[in-house]
Design a protein around this ligand. Sequence first.
Ligand code: PGA
Length: 250
Amino acid sequence: MRKNIVAGNWKMNCDMAQTQILIEALERAMPAQVNCEVMIAPSTPFLFQAFNLTKGLSIEVVAQNASAHESGAHTGETSLDMLASLGIKTVIIGHSERRDSYGENDAIIKAKVHAVIAQDMRVIFCCGEHLETRKAGNHITAVTQQVEKALFDLKPEQMKQVVVAYEPVWAIGTGETASPEQAQDMHAAIREFIANKFGSEIANETSILYGGSVKDSNAAELFAKPDVDGGLVGGASLDAENFAGIIKAF
Ligand code: PGA
Protein backbone atom coordinates (compact mmCIF):
# COMPACT_ATOMS: atom_id res chain seq x y z
CA MET A 1 0.00 0.00 0.00
CA ARG A 2 1.29 3.45 -0.81
CA LYS A 3 1.80 5.81 2.08
CA ASN A 4 -0.45 8.67 3.08
CA ILE A 5 1.60 11.75 3.89
CA VAL A 6 0.91 15.19 5.32
CA ALA A 7 3.92 17.47 4.84
CA GLY A 8 4.19 21.03 6.10
CA ASN A 9 6.22 23.37 3.93
CA TRP A 10 7.12 26.25 6.21
CA LYS A 11 8.79 28.18 3.37
CA MET A 12 10.79 31.21 4.59
CA ASN A 13 8.93 31.51 7.88
CA CYS A 14 9.84 31.03 11.56
CA ASP A 15 13.07 32.15 13.20
CA MET A 16 14.80 30.05 15.85
CA ALA A 17 12.40 30.88 18.68
CA GLN A 18 9.34 30.52 16.45
CA THR A 19 10.57 27.15 15.17
CA GLN A 20 10.67 25.86 18.73
CA ILE A 21 7.27 27.35 19.61
CA LEU A 22 5.62 25.85 16.52
CA ILE A 23 7.09 22.37 17.01
CA GLU A 24 6.06 22.35 20.68
CA ALA A 25 2.55 23.49 19.72
CA LEU A 26 2.39 20.78 17.09
CA GLU A 27 3.47 18.17 19.62
CA ARG A 28 0.55 19.21 21.85
CA ALA A 29 -1.92 19.37 18.96
CA MET A 30 -1.00 16.06 17.29
CA PRO A 31 -3.68 13.38 17.57
CA ALA A 32 -2.90 10.38 19.79
CA GLN A 33 -3.16 8.14 16.78
CA VAL A 34 -1.59 9.32 13.55
CA ASN A 35 -2.65 7.46 10.41
CA CYS A 36 -0.22 9.03 7.97
CA GLU A 37 3.41 10.07 7.73
CA VAL A 38 3.86 13.59 9.06
CA MET A 39 6.66 15.82 7.81
CA ILE A 40 7.68 19.41 8.44
CA ALA A 41 10.11 21.43 6.34
CA PRO A 42 11.52 24.34 8.36
CA SER A 43 14.06 26.80 6.96
CA THR A 44 17.56 25.40 6.43
CA PRO A 45 19.24 27.16 9.42
CA PHE A 46 16.80 25.51 11.82
CA LEU A 47 16.76 21.98 10.45
CA PHE A 48 19.15 20.72 13.12
CA GLN A 49 17.15 22.35 15.88
CA ALA A 50 13.92 20.94 14.45
CA PHE A 51 15.51 17.52 14.12
CA ASN A 52 16.44 17.54 17.81
CA LEU A 53 13.06 18.92 18.94
CA THR A 54 11.14 16.20 17.07
CA LYS A 55 13.16 13.25 18.40
CA GLY A 56 10.70 10.66 19.65
CA LEU A 57 7.77 12.27 17.83
CA SER A 58 6.11 10.87 14.70
CA ILE A 59 7.32 13.86 12.72
CA GLU A 60 10.01 13.70 10.05
CA VAL A 61 12.01 16.85 9.43
CA VAL A 62 12.61 17.38 5.71
CA ALA A 63 14.45 20.00 3.66
CA GLN A 64 12.82 22.53 1.34
CA ASN A 65 15.62 22.47 -1.21
CA ALA A 66 19.16 21.26 -1.82
CA SER A 67 21.95 21.76 -4.29
CA ALA A 68 22.62 19.19 -6.98
CA HIS A 69 26.34 19.90 -6.57
CA GLU A 70 28.44 17.87 -4.19
CA SER A 71 30.53 20.63 -2.61
CA GLY A 72 32.73 23.59 -3.37
CA ALA A 73 32.19 27.03 -4.87
CA HIS A 74 28.40 27.36 -4.56
CA THR A 75 27.87 30.33 -2.27
CA GLY A 76 24.63 30.17 -0.34
CA GLU A 77 23.79 26.60 -1.28
CA THR A 78 23.34 23.53 0.91
CA SER A 79 24.60 20.14 -0.20
CA LEU A 80 22.83 16.84 0.20
CA ASP A 81 25.80 15.53 2.19
CA MET A 82 25.29 18.36 4.66
CA LEU A 83 21.60 17.55 4.97
CA ALA A 84 22.35 13.85 5.33
CA SER A 85 24.80 14.62 8.13
CA LEU A 86 21.90 16.24 10.04
CA GLY A 87 19.78 13.13 9.59
CA ILE A 88 17.59 14.55 6.84
CA LYS A 89 16.14 11.79 4.64
CA THR A 90 13.69 13.67 2.42
CA VAL A 91 14.01 16.81 0.28
CA ILE A 92 11.37 18.87 -1.53
CA ILE A 93 12.48 19.61 -5.10
CA GLY A 94 10.89 21.61 -7.87
CA HIS A 95 8.48 23.77 -5.89
CA SER A 96 6.86 26.35 -8.17
CA GLU A 97 8.40 29.14 -6.09
CA ARG A 98 11.83 27.70 -6.94
CA ARG A 99 10.82 27.35 -10.59
CA ASP A 100 9.24 30.80 -10.95
CA SER A 101 11.33 33.00 -8.64
CA TYR A 102 14.74 31.31 -8.65
CA GLY A 103 15.08 30.22 -12.24
CA GLU A 104 14.97 26.48 -11.60
CA ASN A 105 14.16 24.98 -14.98
CA ASP A 106 13.36 21.38 -15.81
CA ALA A 107 17.04 20.52 -16.30
CA ILE A 108 18.05 21.88 -12.89
CA ILE A 109 15.14 20.15 -11.21
CA LYS A 110 15.99 16.87 -12.92
CA ALA A 111 19.61 17.16 -11.75
CA LYS A 112 18.42 17.81 -8.20
CA VAL A 113 15.99 14.88 -8.27
CA HIS A 114 18.74 12.55 -9.49
CA ALA A 115 21.16 13.87 -6.86
CA VAL A 116 18.65 13.27 -4.06
CA ILE A 117 18.01 9.72 -5.28
CA ALA A 118 21.76 9.06 -5.59
CA GLN A 119 22.10 10.18 -1.97
CA ASP A 120 19.57 7.47 -1.01
CA MET A 121 17.12 10.06 0.14
CA ARG A 122 13.48 10.52 -0.75
CA VAL A 123 12.36 13.34 -2.99
CA ILE A 124 9.06 15.17 -2.84
CA PHE A 125 8.90 16.23 -6.47
CA CYS A 126 6.56 19.19 -7.07
CA CYS A 127 4.74 19.83 -10.31
CA GLY A 128 1.80 22.03 -11.27
CA GLU A 129 0.36 24.31 -13.90
CA HIS A 130 -0.24 28.06 -14.02
CA LEU A 131 -3.76 29.42 -14.32
CA GLU A 132 -3.47 30.38 -17.98
CA THR A 133 -2.38 26.84 -18.82
CA ARG A 134 -5.43 25.41 -17.10
CA LYS A 135 -7.71 27.95 -18.76
CA ALA A 136 -6.28 26.90 -22.13
CA GLY A 137 -7.04 23.27 -21.25
CA ASN A 138 -3.39 22.23 -21.38
CA HIS A 139 -2.90 21.48 -17.69
CA ILE A 140 -2.58 17.70 -17.93
CA THR A 141 -0.02 17.90 -20.73
CA ALA A 142 1.95 20.60 -18.89
CA VAL A 143 2.11 18.65 -15.65
CA THR A 144 2.88 15.27 -17.19
CA GLN A 145 5.69 16.93 -19.16
CA GLN A 146 7.17 18.17 -15.90
CA VAL A 147 6.92 14.63 -14.53
CA GLU A 148 8.51 13.16 -17.63
CA LYS A 149 11.39 15.64 -17.70
CA ALA A 150 12.30 15.19 -14.05
CA LEU A 151 11.58 11.53 -13.40
CA PHE A 152 11.56 9.41 -16.53
CA ASP A 153 15.32 8.81 -16.61
CA LEU A 154 15.17 7.20 -13.18
CA LYS A 155 15.38 3.44 -12.89
CA PRO A 156 12.10 1.78 -11.91
CA GLU A 157 13.38 0.80 -8.45
CA GLN A 158 14.42 4.43 -7.84
CA MET A 159 10.79 5.49 -8.16
CA LYS A 160 10.29 4.02 -4.68
CA GLN A 161 12.20 7.07 -3.41
CA VAL A 162 9.84 9.49 -5.17
CA VAL A 163 6.77 11.20 -3.77
CA VAL A 164 4.96 13.43 -6.25
CA ALA A 165 3.24 16.63 -5.10
CA TYR A 166 0.74 18.13 -7.53
CA GLU A 167 0.48 21.82 -6.75
CA PRO A 168 -1.52 23.97 -9.17
CA VAL A 169 0.26 27.32 -9.03
CA TRP A 170 -3.03 29.22 -9.02
CA ALA A 171 -3.98 27.51 -5.74
CA ILE A 172 -0.74 28.12 -3.82
CA GLY A 173 -1.13 30.70 -1.09
CA THR A 174 -4.21 32.12 -2.78
CA GLY A 175 -6.90 30.58 -0.61
CA GLU A 176 -8.27 29.04 -3.77
CA THR A 177 -8.15 25.24 -3.68
CA ALA A 178 -8.51 22.84 -6.56
CA SER A 179 -11.81 21.03 -6.17
CA PRO A 180 -11.47 17.42 -5.02
CA GLU A 181 -12.53 16.42 -8.55
CA GLN A 182 -9.88 18.61 -10.20
CA ALA A 183 -7.24 17.16 -7.88
CA GLN A 184 -8.42 13.60 -8.48
CA ASP A 185 -8.44 14.06 -12.28
CA MET A 186 -4.86 15.31 -12.28
CA HIS A 187 -3.62 12.73 -9.78
CA ALA A 188 -5.17 9.91 -11.81
CA ALA A 189 -3.53 11.31 -14.97
CA ILE A 190 -0.14 11.51 -13.27
CA ARG A 191 -0.49 7.97 -11.94
CA GLU A 192 -1.48 6.63 -15.35
CA PHE A 193 1.46 8.46 -16.92
CA ILE A 194 3.84 6.90 -14.38
CA ALA A 195 2.22 3.49 -14.97
CA ASN A 196 2.79 3.75 -18.72
CA LYS A 197 6.48 4.33 -18.12
CA PHE A 198 7.28 2.30 -15.01
CA GLY A 199 4.39 -0.16 -14.76
CA SER A 200 1.22 -0.13 -12.72
CA GLU A 201 2.78 -1.71 -9.63
CA ILE A 202 5.23 1.16 -9.23
CA ALA A 203 2.56 3.74 -10.08
CA ASN A 204 0.24 2.29 -7.47
CA GLU A 205 2.98 2.48 -4.85
CA THR A 206 3.80 6.14 -5.62
CA SER A 207 2.26 8.60 -3.18
CA ILE A 208 0.82 11.64 -4.93
CA LEU A 209 0.15 14.60 -2.65
CA TYR A 210 -2.03 17.58 -3.41
CA GLY A 211 -0.82 21.07 -2.49
CA GLY A 212 -2.50 24.46 -2.77
CA SER A 213 -4.42 26.04 0.09
CA VAL A 214 -4.99 22.76 1.93
CA LYS A 215 -6.45 23.41 5.39
CA ASP A 216 -8.28 21.52 8.10
CA SER A 217 -11.65 22.42 6.58
CA ASN A 218 -10.95 20.99 3.11
CA ALA A 219 -8.42 18.21 3.75
CA ALA A 220 -10.91 15.41 4.36
CA GLU A 221 -12.75 15.84 1.07
CA LEU A 222 -9.47 16.06 -0.87
CA PHE A 223 -7.94 13.04 0.88
CA ALA A 224 -11.13 11.03 0.29
CA LYS A 225 -10.32 10.91 -3.43
CA PRO A 226 -8.71 7.60 -4.40
CA ASP A 227 -5.57 9.06 -5.99
CA VAL A 228 -4.96 11.82 -3.44
CA ASP A 229 -2.51 10.37 -0.92
CA GLY A 230 -2.09 13.41 1.28
CA GLY A 231 -1.07 17.02 1.16
CA LEU A 232 1.85 19.39 0.89
CA VAL A 233 0.70 22.23 3.09
CA GLY A 234 2.08 25.77 3.17
CA GLY A 235 0.19 28.44 5.09
CA ALA A 236 -1.88 26.10 7.26
CA SER A 237 1.24 24.25 8.41
CA LEU A 238 2.28 27.38 10.34
CA ASP A 239 -0.77 26.97 12.58
CA ALA A 240 -0.35 23.88 14.78
CA GLU A 241 -4.09 23.37 15.34
CA ASN A 242 -4.89 23.69 11.65
CA PHE A 243 -2.03 21.38 10.64
CA ALA A 244 -3.10 18.83 13.25
CA GLY A 245 -6.62 19.06 11.83
CA ILE A 246 -5.24 18.14 8.40
CA ILE A 247 -3.39 15.17 9.92
CA LYS A 248 -6.64 14.08 11.56
CA ALA A 249 -8.31 14.01 8.14
CA PHE A 250 -6.68 10.56 7.74
P1 PGA B 1 -0.27 26.84 0.53
O1 PGA B 1 1.15 26.37 -0.05
O2 PGA B 1 -0.80 25.67 1.33
O3 PGA B 1 0.03 28.02 1.38
O4 PGA B 1 -1.13 27.13 -0.64
C1 PGA B 1 1.36 25.08 -0.54
C2 PGA B 1 2.78 24.93 -1.03
O5 PGA B 1 3.29 25.88 -1.62
O6 PGA B 1 3.41 23.88 -0.83
